[in-house]
Design a protein around this ligand. Structure first.
Ligand SMILES: Cc1ncc(COP(=O)(O)O)c(C=O)c1O
Length: 507
């Protein structure tokens, strides 16, 4: 591949660049960073990637064939030995040790087999709900109110004191939609319902007024799940939606910003203004068409759709449009919540004067569900309901995770790691602009783009062959979703390998 002159110049400086992880670290004041090996205590015996075979190796390939006899394997990357995996390192079925920057699609808050979580689930009180899983909304154990109050309420976003537990992120969003619809109709309904109200008979036939014509506004590039309601609000990749009927609900453009954000303030402001005007227009159009918007759903960072960011002003604008139209403002923090951006809830960096109506969560929170305000609770039972309504064992785990985050001040360290990672990515995009560009992020929740999907897939598979596990986002993005125990030294270790990979690919 031909190199651009800028890159050739940078390449000559490589003795400096090869050690840039320690340069970046020291410029950030991170003491004693080790560029060649991570020294985390949670990583158990693992200190660096160790690759013995191709990945997937022979054992993974044999298992893939076995699995293919009864299950779909089209998404399997390799098989994992979860017992041997520790902290930031995953061990595959062939004994290869990989530094994991994806951590089960961003869903492992403390990495693999963290001792505090292992201890929490080893107690006898944790064993009982594992064996006898309760139907929590109907027959909660006597420990349940205290467990919820001591675990979920201290983590609640400011201003939201009501929590509803579900099974996964999709399920949380689906039920947040239902809560928004119920709330919208409660406010709009003129006559109180009586047992013979037309609503009851019509809803059994999926007809108004019992099944009203209402909609949810979502954003192009957003991802909110793959069940039927959420899929209508998911617009990241067509293959997720193909052949599946969808609600014809309004979709607005999410701002397409230029990075770094602080260098394109004016351009980005204009783009956000344009997108807000479109939201307003779609809300009005939906109301005129007789299918008013009952809720707007938005991610703080469009995570599956390519790590697209927007400014606090944009989100404030969306919230105020929702409010003006009597629609709920739902913030989907399934991927950004639980500390993933270096703060517990990404939306808390927007400086909202009042909280969102609903905040949904899953992944790093271990449990899934949504927070809202007490006045959004449906008055009747069984309207938001399923068999389990959460899982006590997951809450026991979350309690241990939250205690570990607090006692070790993990989020401060995580933000530091994010600074190291993102500044390293920015250096690399300067050195290799023909391979990578648009480095962006909030804390360690960051991404960088290649120029084509093929190029991106090559970079990811080359890094995997060196023992670094990463994921893609959008068409050309590489995303980083490390665990909260990811340290600056891990970032440094990865950046060195990334730099080597880009140098090799540019030869
Ligand atoms: C922002 C967002 N919302 C919802 C979901 C769906 O969550 P789940 O896969 O747990 O159903 C995801 C999954 O990646 C997500 O990133």
């Amino acid at each position: 591949m031909n190199r651009a002159p800028l890159v050739a110049r940078k390449m000559l400086q490589y003795p400096f660049a090869r050690a840039y992880s320690s340069v970046v670290l020291s410029s950030l004041g991170v003491a004693a960073a080790v560029a060649s090996a991570a020294t985390s205590t949670v990583d158990g015996p693992h200190t660096r990637p160790v690759v013995k075979t191709a990945i997937p190796g022979p054992r993974s390939k044999a298992l893939l064939e076995e699995m293919g006899k009864s299950l779909s394997t089209s998404q399997v990357a390799f098989f994992t030995d979860y017992e041997q995996s520790c902290g930031n390192y995953m061990v595959d079925a062939d004994g290869n040790v990989l530094l994991d920057l994806l951590t089960q699609i961003g869903s492992l808050p403390l990495g693999y087999n963290h001792p505090a979580v292992m201890a929490a689930v080893s107690s006898s009180s944790a064993l009982t709900p594992l064996v006898t899983r309760p139907s929590l909304a109907m027959f909660p154990p006597s420990s349940w109110p205290e467990l919820v109050q001591s675990t979920l309420l201290p983590l609640a976003p400011r201003g939201l004191s009501e929590v509803t537990l579900m099974m996964c992120g999709t399920c949380a969003n689906e039920n947040a939609f239902k809560a928004a619809f119920i709330n919208y109709m409660d406010v709009k309904r003129e006559k109180p319902l009586t047992p013979d109200s037309e609503e009851y008979s019509s809803t059994m036939l999926n007809q108004p007024p019992g099944s009203p014509k209402l909609s949810i506004l979502s954003f192009m590039g957003g991802f909110h799940g793959r069940a039927l309601g959420t899929l209508s609000c998911t617009h990241s990749k067509p293959i997720h939606k193909l052949d599946i009927p969808a609600f014809d609900w309004p979709v607005a453009l999410f701002p397409r910003l230029q990075y770094p954000l602080d260098q394109f303030v004016r351009e980005n402001e204009m783009e956000e203004k344009r997108c807000l005007a479109e939201v307003e227009e779609k809300m009005e159009k939906a109301a005129k068409a007789g299918e008013p918007v009952a809720a707007i759903i938005i991610e703080p960072i469009q995570a599956e759709g390519g790590d697209n960011h927007a400014s606090p002003n944009f989100f404030k604008g969306v919230q105020s449009i929702a409010k003006k139209h009597g629609a709920s403002f739902i913030v989907d923090e399934v991927q950004t919540g639980g500390g993933a951006t270096g703060i517990t809830w990404a939306h808390e960096s927007w400086g909202l004067t009042e909280p969102p109506d609903v905040v949904t969560f899953a992944k790093k929170m271990i449990v899934a569900g949504y927070y809202t305000t007490l006045d959004k609770r449906p008055k009747e039972g069984y309207r938001i309901f399923n068999t389990w309504m959460g899982d006590p064992i997951r809450l026991v785990m979350l309690k241990a995770v939250a205690a570990e985050i607090r006692s070790k001040d993990l989020l401060s360290q995580f933000r530091e790691s994010g600074d190291v990672l993102l500044s390293g990515l920015r250096e690399l995009e300067e050195c290799y602009p023909f391979l990578v560009h648009r480095a962006r992020g909030q804390g360690p929740f960051c991404a960088i783009d290649c120029h084509t999907t093929n190029q991106r897939d090559t970079v990811i598979s080359t890094l995997r062959s060196k023992g670094f596990n990463l994921g893609g986002c959008g068409e050309v993005g590489i995303r980083f979703r490390p665990a909260l125990v990811f340290e600056p030294s891990h970032a440094s270790l990865f950046l060195n390998a990334f730099e080597d990979t880009l140098a090799e690919l540019s030869r």
